[in-house]
Ligand binder design. Sequence first.
Ligand code: NAD
Length: 439
Amino acid sequence: METQIQETLLDTQPTLFVSEQTEGGLWGTVLNQLDDVARRLKLNPGIHAILRQPERELTVAVPVMMDDGLIKVFTGYRIQHSSARGPCKGGIRYHPEVNLDEVRALASLMSWKCAVVNIPYGGAKGGVRCDPAQMSEDEVCRMTRRFTAMIMPIIGAKRDIPAPDVNTNSQTMAWMADTVSMLERKTVIDIVTGKPIPLGGSLGRTEATGRGVAIITEELLKRVGQNLSDTTVAVQGYGNVGSNAATILNQMGCKIVAVSDISGGLYNPHGLDIAGINKHVAAHPQRLLEGYEAPGVDGITNAELLTCDANVLIPAALEHQIRADNAPDVQAKMIIEAANGPTTRGADEILNDRGIIVVPDILANAGGVVVSYFEWVQDLQCFFWDEDEVNQNLKRIMVRSFKQVYDFAQEQVVPLRLGAYMLAVDRVAGAVRARGIFP
Ligand code: NAD
């Protein structure tokens, strides 16, 4: 049976790689990575073609009555890359630069991420092209509710479960769950994760991605024989992921020497007072580092942070921050990719040649989706765990996944990124093969 499927695919699909898709940007990077892995795995060309294209792409028009009485129409997307391993899973992003290719790329990354940590999900992503900074909370709420109604036909607890991403949060998820509940006239909380605790959210979800980044850093340091207390860390981006990663690593004993956000960066070679910085950020109207001052702390730019003197660099802001132009100057010996796609392909080659170890995003920042999975499990069972149970299970999965990727990469003599993608693509391909082609 398997041979038959493979032969059919080989016969009918070898010419699918016409370049109808833009090869630039993050989507180009993700496709190039898949092509490289497919070659190394000697993946059946038909299965390769399946994985190269998202399963389902929905573009929706989202009309919103603005506060001034005028109507604005926003464009929204929900893209399901693969449901081979389970219901699709992925965040919703509100940003002026959201576009089809970006959402495609992020949806594919979710398939690989769920596979690399071996949780029973496929990958999806969604977003609305808008600038939430220019909108009132009421406008964002109305946009969220209309967007949810428009994508409702393809989401669901056993179909596709959205979560927060850039510029969306637990409140956005609460509006989404409430919209579906109102339209279906019953309580539907298992349709999204990252919800507030009183609405079926999970304890530990907010810190989960940063905690996962910290656990991965600890595991890598063990492998290279370096103590946490002898380690200096620089973190770019001080939002949910960056601030939690910095705080937890600091509690574990690391010295955080540099942090930054959109307003600029702070540097102290003797270690920053992370608790003091957190207090400052919590009191700042836009939750920024801007205006923080302390003895021994110098201001640095984001560009300087990426090349500052630290053992570990954690990019936790946006994509494509480490590029061919700044990769030669990176001083860190280890990079833990907390953001999605922070390293360009050109930079990756330079970093590899320089012997810098890069833990790829699909592994390093998977803590968030792992605890989203725990939230979904708790919602489906209507039985909730305490925070210790969440954190212990997160640690178990992150440590296991790191070990699998690290050992596999050593065995194959490839960098961690390639090892992680090879494991992930092989798992998704295995599920596609086992299901066969419908009908
Ligand atoms: P966030 O919006 O809470 O924080 C982003 C941070 O980056 C902010 O401090 C912001 O000021 C800073 N920033 C923005 N532009 C910058 C720039 N040009 N230079 C330096 N700093 C800049 O977002 P987040 O949830 O922390 O997500 C950060 C990254 O992690 C994104 O790539 C996201 O896709 C990824 N990620 C997030 C989660 C999650 O659970 N939140 C999970 C996996 C991956």
